[in-house]
Design a protein around this ligand. Structure first.
Ligand SMILES: NC(=O)c1ccc[n+]([C@@H]2O[C@H](COP(=O)([O-])OP(=O)(O)OC[C@H]3O[C@@H](n4cnc5c(N)ncnc54)[C@H](OP(=O)(O)O)[C@@H]3O)[C@@H](O)[C@H]2O)c1
Length: 276
């Protein structure tokens, strides 16, 4: 029998990646709290998983664009049974920034960035106190390719935020035994693309991963202790090399004087003669 792993709360569990997380985590011995707007879909998933697993499954319908609903989810995350948050709900608005409806752009940033941060912050103290648990943030490879956005610049930037937030929060929570994993899927076959106005079948099919494979790889990455999981990346050494290059910039990112190439740096002598 699978050992009970506590309760995982999954946002955006009614479809796509979130629904597959629900399936896999129920089979791994987690009880579940399923969050999304579509209560009918959540109930259908919950009753299937109750039939196929021994998981206790709670349906918590919430529109995370709504502050009261978000507060309700944050409160649920503060209960003692929670051992995992899968911060998955997200949207993708496609197209050039200058053509975008500003309200939709803002709503995407709100859901992908602000709500994800708020929920992680809500769950973290309890996990830290109990010295156990995982926060899984579904970012995207778009977050490291803001220069070449497949969907939109704004979408890529929300995912860059989530990656940076995950890496930093992992450092903060590591001393408490709490893991924070950023998952960076490439193109994954879900409804997200159609909702954003892109036909996924127009992408070269060799770059599109099936949702089950993506989630299985992400969970395997977590099992292996990865804090950043890029399911499609053949060699993790490539990501580690990127991190090493980024870290090497460190000693040169903050100096008293601007770099010489700008031709504006005052020498110490000039500064001293002005002061006297
Ligand atoms: N598919 C990809 O290629 C891909 C690649 C990289 C990263 N991702 C990321 O993966 C995550 C999941 O996306 P997906 O591909 O599985 O998309 P999806 O099939 O469209 O699922 C999105 C989920 O988010 C929920 N959601 C959307 N707006 C919500 C709101 N206001 N309140 C509560 N729930 C809301 C949806 O449920 P309701 O409509 O029922 O509310 C749905 O369950 C996203 O963060 C996405 O950015 C996807």
């Amino acid at each position: 029998m699978t050992q009970n792993q506590g309760t995982a709360l999954i946002t955006g569990a009614s479809a796509g990646i979130g629904a597959v997380y629900a399936d896999r985590l129920a089979r791994r011995g987690y009880d579940l709290v399923l969050v999304a707007r579509d209560e009918t879909k959540l109930n259908a998933l919950a009753s299937r998983l109750r039939g196929e697993t021994s998981a206790t499954i709670e349906v918590l319908p919430a529109d995370l664009a709504n502050a009261n609903d978000t507060r309700k989810v944050a409160t649920r995350l503060q209960a003692d049974d929670i051992t995992m948050l899968v911060n998955n709900a997200g949207t993708a608005i496609a197209g050039p920034t200058i053509d975008m409806d500003p309200e939709r752009l803002e709503a995407m940033i709100q859901l992908n960035v602000t709500v994800a941060t708020r929920l992680a912050q809500a769950v973290a103290p309890g996990l830290a106190q109990r010295r156990r648990g995982d926060i899984v943030n579904i970012a995207s490879v778009a977050g490291i390719r803001g220069d070449q956005p497949a969907i939109s610049v704004g979408y890529s930037a929300t995912k860059a935020y989530l990656l940076a937030f995950s890496e930093g929060l992992d450092s903060e929570l590591a001393p408490y035994g709490v893991r924070v994993q950023a998952v960076l899927p490439g193109a994954t076959r879900t409804e997200l693309w159609a909702k954003g106005g892109i036909d996924i079948n127009t992408l070269p099919q060799e770059v599109v991963m099936e949702t089950g494979d993506m989630v299985d790889a992400a969970l395997a990455g977590l099992d292996q202790g990865e804090r950043v999981t890029i399911p499609a990346l053949p060699d993790i050494a490539d990501w580690l090399a990127f991190k090493t290059t980024r870290a090497a910039l460190g000693p040169n990112l903050s100096h008293r004087l601007p770099a010489e190439r700008y031709g504006v740096a005052k020498s110490d002598e000039t500064l001293l003669s002005k002061a006297s």
